[in-house]
Design a binder for this molecule. Structure first.
Ligand code: ADP
Ligand code: MG
Length: 272
């Protein structure tokens, strides 16, 4: 079998052996590409080391891409929105340096939190997803749900006396995204469960919360000023709080479309 290599071509025995070894190593990319890359290597006169690097690098790149794809699916984002597609011109008051810092995801290993506040339609969910995707790309497991969704999950666990277990299980996610706190007021039990969720994450794992309500009105959301204050305390102790302002992006886009001169649009279309 090894005699084949000394003759400078790959025999079927050697190919079968490589297929077997790459299967055992669970490196399907190498199985798929080693032969083509070997042809290139011979043609281009690569050293053995250069060939090895090329083969391994392709496997690592595919594995990372697969990991990212798996984490993206597991995060349950309601849509795919990127930070790059977020138009910061529409948010002149937004601290771009803070957003750029959050995009590096360095707050996640230190269990820092993010709070996005602002009225409906200003891009809170968009930013939450965009930051979630950055985290996924950096290798962090993320889980996204609305506040209502989180309460349903926790209530279910609580009813089956598995709340502590569920909160512990959630530790494997390095970032929990809780969207839309405040749209629906919490009953007493929901407020309590939510408090336990925030407490369990405190200095353990990151939380990203979005809300249409300023902190001053969280007492109304949770039906209890003391619980709300204790929660905000834990949430913001290590957190970046970004406040978005302005008109809804949804209605603004519609307004801009309606305001467009239709003849101007036709002219542009003709010349391009
Ligand atoms: P919110 O969660 O604050 O209610 P969304 O994030 O759902 O708002 O934004 C509403 C829609 O407008 C989404 O489709 C979002 O992608 C878009 N959008 C909002 N703000 C921006 C922005 N600054 N740049 C690009 N798209 C935006
Ligand atoms: Mg939203």
């Amino acid at each position: 079998m090894l005699g084949d290599t000394t003759r400078g071509h790959v025999g079927t025995d050697l190919a079968a052996h490589i297929a077997y070894l790459t299967r055992v190593m669970k490196t399907p990319t190498i199985t798929a590409i080693w032969a083509d890359l070997a042809v290139t290597a011979r043609r281009e006169g690569w050293s053995h080391e250069e060939y090895l690097v090329a083969v391994l690098a392709r496997q690592v790149a595919d594995r990372e891409a697969n990991g990212t794809a798996l984490r993206t699916a597991a995060a349950h984002f309601p849509a795919i929105k990127s930070l790059e597609d977020f138009n910061t011109d529409h948010q002149p008051g937004l601290r771009r340096d803070v957003l750029a810092h959050l995009a590096t995801t360095t707050y996640i290993p230190t269990a820092g939190n993010v709070v996005l506040l602002g009225p409906p339609g200003v891009g809170k969910t968009h930013l939450a997803i965009g930051l979630g995707i950055k985290a996924v790309h950096a290798g962090h497991p993320v889980l996204f749900d609305t506040a209502t969704g989180w309460i349903t999950r926790l209530r279910d666990a609580h009813q089956h006396t598995r709340l502590a277990h569920e909160l512990h299980r959630l530790r494997r996610y390095r970032l929990l995204i809780i969207d839309e706190v405040g749209y629906i007021p919490f009953d007493h039990e929901a407020a309590n469960l939510f408090f336990q969720l925030i407490s369990s994450r405190y200095e353990q794992g990151s939380v990203l919360v979005t809300s249409n309500m300023p902190f001053g009105r969280w007492g109304e959301v949770f039906g209890d000023d003391v619980v709300a204050a204790a929660m905000i305390d834990r949430l913001v102790h290590h957190a970046e709080v970004l406040t978005l302002t302005g008109d809804s992006y949804r209605t603004r886009t519609r307004r801009e479309l309606l305001a467009k001169d239709p003849t101007a649009t036709t002219r542009t279309t003709r010349t391009t």
